[in-house]
Design a protein around this ligand. Structure first.
Ligand code: FES
Length: 204
């Protein structure tokens, strides 16, 4: 077994804050985006500095829930999507800037995620939670339907509060938004049905 500690703690989004301070020069003043963080499995400081992969237990994530882990100083979101959320994805293609994830694919979408779901397993989304515009961290907007700052036909996804970019439940950016690209899918691999390793594509 790996000696990398395993993340298991469910977190409360109201108690932790992720602020990409340096990347949001044009942001509305004072924007601080609350993002849940799993904090108990962090590798040592030395390992983190070396970009160590992070092993995560995803078995406790309920459908429709998201956890956030830190990898290379970045928030990585892991979402267990519901059947309804998955079913909505193909219908959104005409509204998206890059529905097939072809832009900057080598940097943003590994070959095993170049599909409609942008994932290895359809229900599990793994993306870096940093907007591809200026680096703010988007907010969860999983509930479909009309709501502030979103269109009436909103299908659920993420809203970047800095300049209004929107992303679907696969991290694909909508058309005519400041963000040029889909959210990054980091390298990752399944160690078992309930454990993934973020930062590597093959188990050593
Ligand atoms: S940082 Fe500008 S829209 Fe996200």
């Amino acid at each position: 077994m790996s000696d990398i500690p395993v993340g298991q703690q469910r977190v409360d989004s109201s108690k932790r804050t992720w602020l990409i301070a340096s990347g949001c020069a044009g942001a509305v003043g004072g924007v601080a985006v609350a993002v849940p963080f799993v904090s108990t499995f962090q590798p040592s400081e030395k390992a983190k500095a070396a970009g160590a992969p992070v092993e995560v237990d995803i078995g406790g994530i309920a459908p429709g829930e998201k956890i956030t882990v830190e990898w290379r100083g970045k928030p990585v979101w892991i979402v267990r999507r519901t059947p309804e959320q998955l079913a909505a994805l193909p219908k959104l293609d005409p509204l998206l800037a890059d529905p097939k994830s072809k832009r900057n694919a080598d940097e943003l979408t590994p070959p095993y995620a170049r599909n409609e779901d942008r994932s290895i397993k359809p229900e599990i989304l793994v993306v870096v939670g940093i907007c591809t515009h200026l680096g703010c961290s988007p907010s969860d907007k999983f509930v479909p339907g009309p709501q502030p700052s979103l269109p009436d036909n909103w299908a659920g996804g993420f809203l970047c509060p800095c300049h209004g970019s929107t992303f679907d439940m696969a991290g694909r950016v909508y058309k005519d938004k400041p963000a040029p690209d889909n959210l990054e899918v980091p390298p990752h691999v399944y160690l078992s049905d309930s454990r993934i390793l973020i930062g590597e594509e093959k188990r050593a």
